[in-house]
Design a binder for this molecule. Structure first.
Ligand code: SF4
Length: 460
């Protein structure tokens, strides 16, 4: 694809056509397939318990919903400004959940090499609290922390929340990776989304984290209010100077009708779909010219393990994003955590009070009406949407047919008819056994994925 500064009016008219015809805000966010609103509620606590009974190498996820302050663009469920005692009470209950679940799990041969702490802002916990909950986890699960493990934590790079001392504690406890939520360094963008994240602070934390041996991920966002090409380029150039191991480049979702805090953001300050594509092209240009390769909406540093796995077709996309490891068994702890056990999704209680009250009854704190056991058709479509289209930007029809013992063209004959329009618009290219998303199509890949989502189809 041409570089932005080589494009002419015809190219920009093509981008305009694509942006108007394929507006991303009409497509669900695919962190699971089916998406949460389409779950059928066809499993229960007994299946959860059965599913973890023999599990000795699960992926563990811990959710901490507490943040110092609320960022207006954020879609996460969070609680702001909580006192230390409030968070301690939450940890009391999280410990109960650890006891409850680990009781059913094997005591011997347990080995956990993959764990993630997200939120919220887990680094909002004090050093004492971080140590307390980490120790509780490692007393109940054998956490293996070495160069091949992924023991990771999200952070807001604010030097009042995360100090060098805290970074060193994280490393000493066993964390191997930290992700810094940055989004954009442009002050005007930060102000309107209520964030304060200075490059000088990030740079110092970054250098210290790297010095002590933590791998570093960075979260950026495009399509934020007031974001423009100059500001984003400036942010990207600062980031590539730091050379994080991985960069997530998410598209901002503006849904003020569902997320009240987003009503503080003037809708007209949010870049339109044309500008979003331009910003996304800019990000790809800067990052790929500076030692990164694109994997879906993430960029990884050339030559690292993830890059190698991508070449070898070994990347998975799941609830936690992209990974090399097999994370089919995810056990989540904390309010609103999502588990995936034996191809079944389960949602923990979202509201803290409900989460506490289930644990007071010694019951798993699950949302009783939010589970979904994948059937064979779900598994096939999940593979096409999450792995093939949103990771590899293609479908290898033979590989899918072989893996699921189907005839792809027969199974998806309705979907293939719908893809004609995408081919005509230059979004995909049908090349024998492969359906390839073109470079321009990468910015609308979710629309191609949506064709394979049966839960939104009107004809069934
Ligand atoms: S973006 Fe991060 S720090 Fe900001 S409110 Fe959301 S979870 Fe909290």
């Amino acid at each position: 694809m041409k570089k932005l500064n080589e494009m002419d009016n015809q190219d920009f008219l093509q981008i305009e056509y694509i942006s108007k015809s394929y507006n991303e805000s009409s497509i669900p966010l695919y962190i699971s397939y089916p998406t949460l609103t389409c779950w059928k509620n066809n499993s229960d606590e007994n299946n959860y318990i059965e599913g973890i009974k023999n599990e000795n190498n699960p992926f563990l996820y811990f959710h901490f919903p507490y943040c110092k302050s609320a960022c207006y663009y954020c879609l996460c469920y969070k609680i702001t400004g909580s006192a230390e005692e409030t968070i301690d009470k939450y940890l009391d209950y999280m410990e109960k959940e650890i006891d409850l679940k680990s009781r059913f799990m094997p005591k011997d041969n347990m080995s956990v090499t993959q764990m993630h702490w997200g939120g919220g802002t887990p680094t909002n916990l004090t050093m004492r609290q971080l140590e307390r909950i980490y120790r509780k986890i490692s007393d109940n699960f054998n956490i293996v922390s070495d160069k091949n493990s992924s023991i990771s934590i999200e952070s807001y790079p604010d030097d009042t929340l995360i100090t060098f001392e805290k970074l060193r504690l994280l490393k000493d406890l066993g964390f191997t990776e930290i992700s810094f939520g940055i989004q954009d360094f442009d002050e005007r963008v930060q102000k309107i989304i209520n964030r304060d994240c200075k490059f000088e602070v990030v740079e110092k934390l970054f250098n210290e984290a790297r010095r002590i041996g933590l791998r570093i991920h960075v979260d950026l966002c495009y399509g934020l209010p007031f974001q423009d090409m100059t500001g984003l380029k400036n942010t990207l150039e600062k980031i590539v100077r730091l050379q994080p191991d991985r960069i997530a480049m998410e598209n901002y979702s503006h849904f003020p009708a569902f997320y009240p805090l987003q009503r503080k953001i003037p809708t007209d300050s949010v870049p339109n779909s044309f500008m979003r594509i331009v910003l996304s092209i800019l990000a790809k240009e800067v990052l790929t010219e500076n030692n990164y390769i694109r994997i879906g909406d993430h960029y990884v540093r050339k030559g690292n393990l993830m890059h190698q796995a991508f070449i070898e077709n070994r990347i998975n996309r799941d609830l936690m994003g992209y990974s090399i490891a097999d994370r089919r068994q995810v056990i989540a702890f904390g309010s609103s955590g999502i588990s995936c056990i034996n191809n079944t999704y389960y949602h923990n209680k979202k509201l803290i009070e409900d989460y506490f009250s289930e644990l007071d009854k010694n019951e798993l704190p699950l949302e009783k009406s939010e589970s979904h056991k994948l059937d064979q058709d779900d598994k096939i479509r999940a593979s096409i949407i999450l792995k093939w289209l949103l990771t590899y930007y293609q479908i290898d029809k033979d590989a899918v047919s072989k893996e699921f013992n189907i005839n792809f063209d027969e199974y998806f004959k309705e979907e293939l008819k719908q893809l004609n329009r995408f081919e005509k618009d230059g979004i995909i290219l049908c090349d024998g056994n492969k359906i390839l998303i073109t470079e321009m199509g990468e910015f609308t890949a979710k629309h191609v994925a949506f064709v394979f989502d049966k839960y939104y189809r009107k004809d069934i």
